[in-house]
Design a protein around this ligand. Structure first.
Ligand code: GTR
Length: 389
């Protein structure tokens, strides 16, 4: 039934640029009280926090960061498909609060060549990690390319934090650690819980001597890309945020109503966002923000947005526009010279400028080796390594 609903909404959605409403977007630099932000200090102490709070209250829910204890149990796994060039470590992250505990497995593959500490890339996965590891043909988590580029490839399955299921999403941390969130109209839901999970992986990275957490990237595809942006906007420990084909509720501007809309996503995936978000069904223009402000909240840290040409449902143009608009904060407040093109060409292309990067590639909605290649090249540039060919 879910599949039918989804297929139906994909067919009847708007894909016509002429039917996109004229964009009247909330101003990045004007606070909710009506004051214009002129400098970095006011951005960081007033505007950025109020934006992140508004996204929490109206869309992604609260992101509680309190717990009593966090413990890590490590096990090296010697037999695995990538043993020729990587070392596989399985880390059980145990988080306790009020006498209850949640355990989240994080899988890490570190390069066999070279000396640590290595930079790290974490994938928020809604696909089963064991399947990805055991099928070497699957490019979704490209362990070979990541580790051979000198990065630790890390991944966790969101099912261990909050199952990606309308009826079971509360079975993870929303039952064990933060049950009170379920009672709140602006409480944490699925996407927020996944972002929380990535933050716990970062807690681990911070104390693993093999990892240079000051060179860290959080990556997500589609629903995972929405969570990655939310994570990057909240947790300043990440140097880079990658959002692959995240579309509605991710990088794409909601007010364009192109492809997936707020109403469709709230209908098919009601457990991803906080309850307050329902009020914007068919009323995107009432949102006190749009998605360019989420990307801008990550400044001055790096952001990379990726789109695919056959993925109109995720609105590639709207994803690019968000990034382009967010670049104003990097330019005007952080003095970065960002040179992203004004016009959007609907042909494969790749641009990076300063802390921001973007590509549109041919093909369908998926995370593939070509995406990883771009991500790693961009990370090399940000981390000061020579670009690989
Ligand atoms: C779709 C959904 C999108 C996106 C995608 C995915 O069905 O409408 O918002 O999240 O799933 O995660 O692959």
């Amino acid at each position: 039934l879910l599949y039918c609903l989804q297929a139906h909404s994909q067919q009847t959605a708007n894909y016509d640029e002429n039917l996109v409403p004229k964009l009247v977007l909330p101003d990045l630099f004007v606070t909710y009280e009506g004051n214009r932000i002129q400098n970095t200090e006011d951005w960081e102490s007033i505007r950025r926090p109020e934006l992140v709070q508004a996204f929490a209250d109206e869309m992604y829910g609260q992101l509680p960061n309190d717990f009593d204890e966090i413990a890590f149990q490590e096990e090296v796994i010697t037999t695995h498909p990538y043993a020729d060039f990587s070392i596989y470590k399985l880390v059980q992250i145990g988080v306790s609060r009020n006498g209850n505990k949640q355990t989240i497995p994080v899988h890490l593959f570190s390069p066999k060549v070279g000396h640590g500490p290595f930079p790290v890339v974490l994938l928020i996965s809604h696909r089963k990690v064991e399947d990805l590891i055991n099928n070497k043909e699957d490019q979704f988590f490209d362990i070979q390319q990541i580790t051979q580029s000198g990065y630790v490839a890390a991944i966790f399955d969101v099912a261990y934090v909050s199952p990606d299921d309308k009826d079971r999403f509360a079975e993870g941390i929303l039952t064990t650690l933060y049950p009170e969130q379920m009672q709140l109209p602006n409480g944490m839901r699925g996407l927020g819980a996944w972002a929380w999970g990535a933050m716990r992986a970062m807690d681990y990275f911070e104390q693993d001597p093999l990892i240079d957490h000051s060179k860290s990237a959080v990556v997500g595809h589609s629903r995972g890309g929405k969570a990655a942006l939310w994570c990057g906007a909240n947790d300043t420990r990440w140097s880079l945020t990658y959002s692959n084909e995240s579309g509605c509720g991710g990088a794409a501007l909601s007010r364009r109503k192109f492809g997936e809309t707020v109403e469709r996503i709230n209908t098919v995936f009601p457990y991803w966002f906080t309850d307050n978000f329902d009020a914007y069904n068919g009323k995107e223009e009432k949102l006190p923000f749009d998605q360019h402000q989420l990307i801008a909240s990550i400044a001055p840290r790096g952001v990379y947005i990726a789109s695919a040409m056959e993925d109109l449902w995720a609105d590639p143009r709207g994803e690019y526009l968000s990034l382009k608009l967010a670049s104003q904060v990097y330019q005007q407040l952080y003095d970065e010279k960002i040179d992203l093109p004004e016009d959007y060409v609907f042909a494969p292309h790749f641009h990076h400028s300063g802390s921001l990067g973007y590509h549109l590639r041919a093909g369908q909605h998926n995370l593939i080796s070509e995406d990883w290649k771009r991500f790693l090249d961009f990370a090399d540039l940000q981390f000061g390594k020579p670009i690989r060919h």
